[in-house]
Design a protein around this ligand. Structure first.
Ligand code: CA
Ligand code: CA
Length: 175
């Protein structure tokens, strides 16, 4: 009896934490991938890898560069989003806080819950340069993919699809 009540309370507690964004939701598909691509444009192919929620690049000499541990990466792509001939790394990321390193001046304190973000990075000199980091995308994006025109498709948990294209500065919603 006591055990059952405790189990119910634990379940309710977990639901509250998930709702508040303090835990990662259970519906997230954590993809695994190994993509060979010349990410830094030096003529040699690196391997963009995704496993166990971590993203990394393995160089031809075996050296490994990992994305920050606080980024929980559910999917990652090597795609030329801005059409300049160099590949970007695009990652669908869960992280704590709605904003990146800089937040709007009127926000005194970023929240500590998990939210979902699209990060556009360039791999160069053995590290990830930040090209564009979205704030909280405010949707439950379960699936992401790129079409042949380098447009980003996001499909939400309830099946709604949105299409994003690279604007002058960052992805903008097209439909
Ligand atoms: Ca390379
Ligand atoms: Ca590019």
């Amino acid at each position: 009896m006591g055990g059952a009540l405790a189990a119910v309370l634990v379940a309710v507690g977990v639901a509250v934490l998930v709702h508040a964004g303090l835990l990662l939701p259970s519906w997230v598909d954590w993809n695994a991938a190994q993509v060979e691509a010349d990410l830094d444009g030096d003529g040699a192919e690196e391997v963009l890898g995704l496993s166990g929620r971590r993203m990394q690049v393995v160089e031809t000499d075996g050296s490994v560069s990992q994305a920050p541990q606080e980024w929980k990466v559910s999917d990652a792509f090597a795609v030329d989003v801005d059409g300049d001939g160099l590949l970007e790394v695009v990652a669908l990321v869960w992280k704590r806080g709605s904003f990146g390193p800089s937040r709007p001046f009127w926000i005194e304190k970023d929240n500590q819950g998990y939210s979902q973000h699209v990060f556009v990075l360039r791999y160069a000199d053995g590290g990830f340069d930040q090209v564009w980091l979205s704030s909280d995308i405010r949707m439950d994006a379960r699936k992401a993919w790129f079409d042949d025109d380098a447009r980003l498709h996001l499909v939400t948990l309830d099946g709604q699809e949105s299409i994003w294209t690279w604007g002058e500065w960052g992805f903008v919603l097209v439909e």
